[in-house]
Design a protein around this ligand. Structure first.
Ligand code: NAD
Length: 255
């Protein structure tokens, strides 16, 4: 259904971003993969020949998002679908939260999404079609202890989503946020390891403990599931879905 569209998925060398890139490719898109440094070169090989290109960019850097969008133009001529997925986490109480970790979480999880959208929008307007999908989190809607920078950035990302949706409402462009609960990726594995270490638990018991603490449904959401939701949002059937924050969270924010 998305045949011929070009999609950029930031932070797509692994985890949720990789799942989204796979789903978009399966739907017919050509995909630009992104990550920091050379770590993503092999990700390209997991797609059909010519369907994916890896472009390295450290999106914490002020000019990186604009350069990444420019590289997409060179590779594939246009960006029809922008998925702002790259994100990092750091867990510490506010009083002990280091300045540099705060700065880089805001830079990557929020500011890079703004900059990528700013660079993508002129082309989308010219072509009269665009989809911007921001991978926020349940932490874009509710808070958890120890995650002040992440919660602030993700709430900001949900706000940015609404602002872009208003400015593009009649231009064939939609902008939405997806708010996942727990997905078992490297980002969450670090938190499972911490629970296992402090509680003297096995990794499986620690993962169960992590789910039990916050999420009514005791199972993880998957990169494939999030990828399917992204494909839906990119289709004609979702043309009037804009400014939304769609949860995929096992009931987390219903509590
Ligand atoms: P992950 O750590 O598995 O993958 C992160 C990706 O971002 C990787 O491809 C990495 O290369 C890339 N990345 C990291 N720093 C970067 C930088 N400076 N510049 C460019 N790319 C960079 O994480 P994930 O769990 O797949 O998370 C993806 C997104 O989903 C994040 O925005 C995260 O906040 C969000 N999210 C994750 C969960 C979860 O439970 N895993 C839940 C809700 C939201």
């Amino acid at each position: 259904p998305l045949y011929g569209r070009v999609a950029l998925v930031t932070g797509s060398t692994r985890g949720i971003g990789f799942g989204i890139a796979e789903a978009l490719a399966a739907a017919g898109c050509r995909v630009v993969l992104n990550g920091r440094g050379e770590e993503g070169r092999q990700a390209e090989d997991r797609f059909a020949r010519g369907q994916a290109r890896y472009v390295a960019a450290d999106l914490r850097e002020p000019r990186a998002a604009h350069a990444l969008l420019a590289a997409c133009q060179v590779e594939f001529g246009a960006v029809d679908i922008l998925v702002n997925n790259a994100g990092i986490q750091h867990v510490a109480p506010v009083e002990a939260f280091p300045d540099d970790r705060w700065e880089e979480i805001i830079a990557l999880n929020l500011t890079a999404a703004f900059r990528a959208a700013r660079s993508a929008l002129p082309g989308m307007r010219r072509r009269g079609f665009g989809r911007i999908i921001n991978i926020a989190s349940v932490h874009g809607l509710v808070a958890s202890e120890g995650k002040s920078a992440y919660v602030a950035a993700k709430h900001g990302l949900v706000g940015l989503t609404k602002a872009i949706a208003l400015e593009t409402a009649n231009d064939g462009i939609t902008c939405n946020a997806i708010c996942p609960g727990w997905v078992r990726t490297d980002l969450v594995e670090a938190q499972v390891e911490r629970i296992a270490a402090t509680g003297g638990l096995t990794m499986e018991d620690a993962a169960a403990e992590l789910l039990r603490a916050k999420q009514p449904m005791r199972r993880f959401s998957t990169p494939e599931g999030i990828g399917s939701l992204v494909v839906f949002l990119c289709g004609e059937a979702a043309a009037t879905v804009t400014g939304a924050a769609l949860t995929m969270d096992g009931g987390w924010v219903s509590v």
